[in-house]
Design a protein around this ligand. Sequence first.
Ligand code: C5P
Length: 403
Amino acid sequence: MKRIFSNREIVLGVTGSIAAYKACEIASRLTEYGANVTPVLTKSACELVGSATFEAICGRAAITHMFAPLQNPDVEHIAVAQRAHLYLIAPATANFIARATHGIADDWLTTTLLATRAPILIAPAMNTNMYEHPATQENMQTLRRRGVYFVGPDSGRLACKTIGPGRLIDPMKIVEACVPLVSERHDLKNVRIVMTSGGTHEPIDPVRYIGNRSSGKMGRALALEAIARGASVTVVTGPSEVAMPEGALAIPVETAAQMAEAVVNLAQDADVFIGAAAVADYRVETPSNSKKKKSGKKLDLTLVENPDVLGLVGAVKRAKQILVGFAAETDDLLANAALKLKKKQLDLIIANEVNTDVSGFGKDTSKAALIGRDGKVDDLPLLTKEEVAERIMDRVVALIHAA
Ligand code: C5P
């Protein structure tokens, strides 16, 4: 995330929804990930949240009204609008959406919205009836048609004590939705990537399962990197600790059999298939329909082999389709990985050391070597999973060009 946002200029427009306090979290995340954020508060937002909070978080003067004496010449409205790589309005009220639709320029935010050529992303937050009102819906349609992007809203408990659509979507999802819009690299544009991520749970009975350890962090990092570079990303994800990023189509599954079924259909249309899931190699042959009681005796389970999801895709691999796999090994890492590359018809395999304190399951860092079908080996130093994802996608781009 850091690299994607670094030195990108984001105007964060905050309007007068009760959810305005959540914009502090959005400002904080964007700043943490390296963006230069100019906070802009409408008059009603100022009634709900203080500009001092945003100034402290963003390290920049907040713009609160049109004719404030200029303390910083950079805060001149057209300059800010032209410099911006993205206009993010979060939360956006029905009133803001209406004004933006009709080109009404009656405050700083709406005025500069007409002046900017940056992409615009809107995160609506309002009462359900206001959101569902035909005026709001039609306004949103108009804006969409003009190329404005929307993220959310969510459905849930609202400040007005109703439950329904209109809740501001999770701040982290808003930040993730910014990723493809601020990114500078588009070398995976129009590339369709299907991938697996997470582990699988194979039931013993309705309560217990066996499975592989997997946090899903590598899969998430890969999905985010691919989205940032313009790919369309579908992730068939087994249970994992982290959610897939906003912008990826996530298809949740539990077992290896379900994963295989979902993948076989999707992989046909994929330009690139990445098997990042830690699929359990075995499942219980006949899981019990009721909870097995403790009996004080040994419990025997018969395990049968699961389908090899990546192997299935490899068996029907199309010409020019790129297949990427992982090899998590404790011994003879490179030799085992190279064997798997051949056996599964892969173009690239990522050999991961998993028996160290800093690399492998659940960690934020990874020690990996990338081995290509041409035998080219990139032995990477210890990197964050985001950095490893970037290197993997660089190799994927090279493979696409070579295909
Ligand atoms: O053979 P092994 O499990 O070590 O191979 C690892 C690679 O194969 C990973 O990319 C993993 O996602 C994939 N795999 C799979 N289905 C399985 C087992 C592994 O897709 N049943």
